[in-house]
Write a protein that binds this ligand. Structure first.
Ligand code: PEP
Length: 253
């Protein structure tokens, strides 16, 4: 049985003050009954303070990216070992905003994923198609290639220590959510693709849905057989909304 996982992606939002308040609100609102896991992927500079606040709590701390090398002359990058030192347990890799705005290729995403695995940080590998690619019937090709690039580098066994997030680009931050059937179809495709390589990994890997998840659409999505939780952008900045989404994961088990 896969335990649902809900992860907030704060993107480039937050101050020391309001991050502290948001985390405090989440900590007091979340039960700790173990039926689902919760994480937050926050801006790098907020990580040290959050690491103290979240130590020994039920909320896993995460980053929104991770360096593609061990160490060295890579200005602006933060390595997996640095994140580990601050208690990060999760790192998003291959978010569509990184792919589109910062031209991160499948190969670079694969290197970031591999660094993350090597340092014991669970990568959340984001995959997803643009609207144009969907309209051209290329969804499965695009998602399949994004997945293969990573598995060719790190092997399917890496999926025992990773999470996949299907995030259709056209649904991110747009208020347009994939229908439950559209989402389930791609999640099933991903799981079947993994199963061709390793049945146990396919059974075990959590595949999150991301793209305009809100309290009113979360339960329907999380009830689908291959949707194991969500990667939540905008709604993760509002404690009430994020807690309601976490609650939906519990109910949708
Ligand atoms: C995201 O950025 O990963 C995301 C899913 O954003 P939103 O929930 O705002 O669509």
């Amino acid at each position: 049985m896969r335990r649902p996982l809900i992860v907030g992606n704060w993107k480039m939002n937050g101050t020391c003050e309001n991050a502290k308040q948001l985390l405090a609100d989440l900590l007091s609102g979340l039960g700790n009954d173990g039926t689902r896991e919760v994480g937050v992927c926050i801006p790098y500079v907020l990580i040290p303070a959050a690491a103290e606040q979240l130590a020994d709590t039920a909320i896993a701390l995460g980053a929104q990216n991770v360096g593609d090398h061990e160490a060295g002359a890579f200005t602006g990058e933060v390595s997996a070992s640095m994140l580990k030192e601050f208690g990060c347990r999760l790192a998003i890799v291959g978010h569509s905003e990184r792919r589109a705005l910062y031209h991160e290729s499948n190969e670079m995403v694969a290197a970031r994923y591999s660094q993350s695995i090597a340092h014991g940080i669970q990568p959340i590998l984001c995959v997803g198609e643009t609207l144009e690619q969907r309209d051209d019937d290329k969804t499965f090709d695009v998602v399949g290639e994004q997945l293969s690039a990573v598995l060719n580098t790190s092997g399917e066994e890496s999926l025992f220590s990773a999470v996949i997030a299907y995030e259709p680009v056209w649904a991110i931050g747009t208020g347009v959510t994939a229908s439950v059937d559209q989402a389930q179809e791609v999640h099933a495709f991903i799981r079947n693709r993994v199963a061709e390589l390793d049945k146990e990994a396919a059974e075990q890997v959590r595949i999150l849905y991301g793209g305009s998840v809100k309290p009113d659409n979360a339960a329907g999505l999380f009830a689908m057989p291959d949707i194991d939780g969500g990667l939540i952008g905008g709604a993760s900045l509002d404690a009430g909304a994020f807690l309601a989404i976490c609650g939906a994961a519990q109910a949708g088990e």
